[in-house]
Write a new protein. Structure first.
Length: 565
């Protein structure tokens, strides 16, 4: 059968099991949007207020489901507006396919109206990208893009299609994809090798079995691999204390007895001291980022390292290893668990419990409205299945510290790139993908200014997202650094000007609430949650509330600031 390039795009999306795309139309992509109109019963399109919001929505859709998110944009500024969202997905290993359309082939390279070299721009922040100049290559290119996005270490892929290619006609042969063809492990270029050898597994198992103070450092790869149950089985079998990175927060239940909490710059004393005083660190789906290890020369100096990851580029990149297991984490742990002995709790576990008792006094101090109270109350009322999205800053760290996550894919946050403006779009994607789940977006007032235009999207599609604005009137994390390390020179971090977030919400037809005390928050949150409609709650917080513990830059991670006068 003969189809236009635009129709082939739609057919290939359906072929890949795509039911929803996010995007914003424009001249160069009109042919595809015309086909979307004709086939809206097969592929749903969510129109956002800005292309960056669409990219973050596709990201949130993907993180909350494990599926590949899809975003569309037109040429020029439409395409460049996707760049931050693509980079965010790349840094956090999120499978996404971005489809952009460019000027016609004859106009490429001539500085034509709304022309940019989007493949050149995005080359460093995609797993792969394409420009399709021949309609006969379009279907296979789209299939390859989805394969690459999901295989091995997942990530974003971009396909740029000149407008005349979307209008050209080609023979199209549908392909009936089998489930195994789109699974992560079956198409992984790493897994397709012979996998982890018995010798490698045995070396790692022996190191683990002989250690007296083993310590688990868990990252987002465990969630991506759907290996949370295997991780739990492994930790419990040997009673190994578990620390989590920000991206690994939902890989292991926060209230499990073996959980030490988050590791790194704002990690707990138990997690940071546990890592630095261990004799073996087992890193699972984590990459030893600078926010976790601080100065590499001072990190776990007396520990050997066993590193488990699907990406060989991460092995020995930041920290040298004694053994490495390269492969899909779920498969690797499945092979490793039978080879390690069961172990009772030991003096090492008792030491970890002692460190757990050292917590900052700010966790218990009384203010009119404390972040710890807010996040614990949200969980108490909405439960473990609630999906929480965040922006970036103090509120993000408080969410990681205080919200007791227990199920995978329930925290969506920008870890690697640290993108202010990420969370509202991500909440849209998560709610669209999970209409039966509660979605709560936690934003700082600074971050929310960057994406509050997406209230239009939330209102139009009647998405029952509850947005909590942690409003301390400042760029809180930057102010904290200015307070501690810049002699309180608060350069351009005070946000003592509008908007009124309650009135802004109401302008979009969304209920707005204000809470200055714990009693007020309990009341308005109950009202918002009961309504089943979108809501914005403006929560007034202390301007100098700090994120503690904190490791000053360059210090060993077990030298934490627990309290600040």
């Amino acid at each position: 059968m003969k189809y236009t390039g635009a129709r082939i795009v739609i057919e290939c999306l359906v072929e890949q099991g795509v039911d929803t795309v996010f995007g914003y139309p424009g001249g160069a992509i009109l042919n595809i949007y015309d086909e979307l109109y004709k086939h809206k019963d097969r592929v749903r399109h969510i129109l956002t207020a800005h292309e960056q919001g669409a990219a973050h929505a596709a990201d949130g859709y993907s993180r909350s489901t494990g599926k590949t998110g899809v975003v569309m944009a037109t040429s020029g500024p439409g395409a460049t507006n996707l760049v931050t969202g693509i980079a965010t997905a790349y840094m956090d290993s999120v499978p996404m396919v971005a489809i952009t359309c460019n000027v016609g082939c004859s106009l490429l390279g001539k500085d034509s109206f709304q022309e940019v070299d989007i493949t050149g721009i995005t080359m460093p922040i995609t797993k792969h990208n394409y420009i399709v100049r021949d309609v006969n290559e379009l279907a296979d290119t789209i299939r390859q893009a989805f394969l690459i996005a999901k295989s091995g270490r997942p990530g974003p892929v971009l396909i740029d299609i000149p407008k005349d290619v979307t209008g050209a006609v080609s023979e199209y042969e549908p392909v009936d994809l089998q489930p195994t063809e789109t699974s992560r492990a079956s198409v992984s270029p790493i897994a397709k090798k012979d996998g982890v050898s018995d010798e490698q597994i045995n070396i790692a198992a022996e190191l683990i079995s002989q250690s007296n103070r083993p310590f688990l450092y868990v990252g987002g790869g465990v969630v991506i691999s759907d290996a949370c149950e295997e991780l739990k089985t492994f930790a419990e079998k040997m009673n190994i204390p578990v620390s989590v990175s920000l991206m690994g927060k939902t890989a292991f239940p926060s209230r499990h007895p073996l959980c030490c909490g988050m590791i790194g710059m704002h990690g707990t004393k138990a997690a940071n001291c546990g890592a630095n005083k261990s004799d073996l660190i087992i890193a699972v789906g984590a990459r030893f980022s600078d926010r976790v290890i601080s100065d590499p020369s001072k990190f776990a100096k007396d520990s050997k390292v066993v590193h488990i990851d699907i990406d060989p580029a991460e092995i020995n990149k930041n920290i040298p290893t004694a053994a490495s297991l390269i492969g899909d984490i779920k498969d690797v742990l499945g092979k490793l668990i039978p080879l390690v002995p069961s172990r009772a709790k030991s003096a090492w576990n008792e030491q970890i419990e002692e460190w757990k008792k050292h917590i900052p006094s700010m966790y218990s101090k009384k203010t009119r409205l404390h972040p710890k109270f807010v996040f614990e109350h949200i969980h108490e009322k909405l439960g473990d299945d609630t999906i929480v999205t965040t922006e970036v800053g103090q509120h993000q760290m408080w969410t990681a510290q205080f919200y007791p996550f227990s199920k995978p894919r329930t925290l969506l946050t920008s870890g690697g790139l640290g993108t202010m403006g990420y969370g509202t779009g991500a909440a849209i994607g998560a709610q669209v993908a999970n209409p039966d789940k509660n979605v709560v977006h936690i934003a700082g007032d600074g971050s929310f200014r960057m994406n509050c235009n997406e209230l239009a999207t939330i209102s139009h599609y009647k998405l029952p997202i509850i947005i909590i604005v942690v409003n301390n009137g400042v760029l809180g994390m930057v102010r904290q650094w200015q307070n501690l390390f810049y002699d309180k020179r608060y350069s351009e971090t005070t946000l003592d000007f509008g908007p009124d977030f309650v009135k802004l919400a109401e302008a979009y037809g969304i209920a707005g609430f204000r809470a200055d005390t714990e009693d007020e928050f309990v009341k308005v949150f109950a009202e918002a949650a009961k309504s089943g409609k979108p809501a914005v709650i403006d929560c007034s917080m202390n301007i100098d509330e700090m994120v503690l513990p904190m490791v000053p830059a360059g210090k060993p991670i077990d030298e934490l600031l627990l309290d600040v006068e």
